[in-house]
Design a protein around this ligand. Structure first.
Ligand code: ASP
Length: 313
């Protein structure tokens, strides 16, 4: 059985001319570390579910990516994080939204899936559950990054909200750049899983929930079809029910993974101005990493020796 792990670190107007060689290297290094962490689980005959958690934790701990530690600032100047995870074996799923100070929201989403009768927990209730689960909390300072603070300062007195990686010049704020992290994997048993985690959008209204914690929108996994993790303008991914739509095209229209993802990313989302992308695997270990904007931080590694980390088109 072919082992596959793929990760993303957000998509949007990511242009080579806006990047220094050092920063580019740091992003690629971060993606590589996540791939290695996920692949190490698969290689030891581990489950896809554990591989996507391992890869996501590495990305959440990396300040460059808008999830966990590197989460953007909300209108209130705080960090509100969303995450979800789904296991293709049995459709079990867990998600959290609007959580503060939890070091790894993806671990909390996994705990909701594994140790509660619920699928989604939000805010205080999710944090109380995290304490019961003995998950790690961090002080506000842990989540502070100068770049994102400046990004927020530039618009905090306005009603604008911005996608991560956006330039801080106000007229450029809507040059859509997105942040979020995600992982999908296929293990030696032919099980697939998907995980997605985000800080959302800079200066977002407090209480705003995007596609990331919504099963079927930002994340979906079913061994019969595919495992998908999305990144992009969440409101549009919700309207498109993007991740589940890929699964439906595979299940009901008998299309393959790549063509199904292509239809959703490059036709259906484009038709409603839904900028962004997604990564996906199927239970044969096939993969696709597609986006309809300038770039997506992304990487993939398989047991057939294929390894690739890319940013631009
Ligand atoms: N989809 C995420 C959200 O809308 C943001 C992103 O992927 O950058 O919260």
């Amino acid at each position: 059985m072919k082992l596959t792990i793929a990760v993303h670190g957000g998509a949007g107007t990511i242009l080579k001319q806006d990047m220094t060689p050092e920063l580019e290297q740091s992003y690629k290094q971060g993606l590589r570390e996540a791939l290695l962490a996920g692949y190490a689980v698969l290689e030891k005959n581990g489950f896809a579910m554990d591989a996507v958690i391992a890869a996501s934790v590495v990305l959440e701990d990396n300040i460059l990516f808008n999830a966990g530690r590197g989460s953007v600032f909300t209108k209130r100047g705080s960090h509100e994080m969303d995450a979800s995870i789904m296991n293709g074996i049995n459709l079990s799923a867990g998600a959290v939204c609007g959580v503060h100070n939890v070091r790894n929201p993806i671990k909390l989403a996994a705990a909701v899936m594994q140790h509660s009768d619920h699928v989604i927990l939000s805010g205080d209730g999710a944090e109380e559950f995290a304490r019961k689960e003995n998950l790690q909390f961090e002080q506000d300072e842990y989540f502070f990054s100068e770049f994102r603070y400046d990004q927020w300062k530039a618009i905090r007195d306005t009603d604008e909200y911005a996608l991560d990686h956006s330039g801080i010049e106000t007229d450029k704020l809507f040059e859509n750049k997105f942040g979020t992290i995600g992982a999908v994997a296929c293990d030696m048993y032919g099980n697939i899983a998907a995980a997605t985690s985000t800080g959302g959008m800079t200066n977002k209204n407090y209480g705003r929930i995007g596609d990331t914690p919504l099963i079927g929108c930002g994340t979906y996994a079913n061994n019969k079809t595919c495992a998908i993790s999305c990144t992009g303008h969440g409101e549009l991914f919700i309207k498109a029910v993007a991740a589940y739509d890929v699964s439906c095209l595979m299940e009901y229209a008998h299309m393959n993974l790549h063509d199904s993802m292509n239809k959703v990313v490059n036709e259906k989302l484009v038709a409603i101005n839904g900028e962004g992308g997604m990564i996906g695997v199927d239970a044969q270990g096939n993969f696709a990493l597609l986006f309809n904007c300038d770039g997506m931080y992304r990487g993939v590694k398989t047991s057939e020796g294929f390894e690739e980390v890319k940013i631009y088109r």
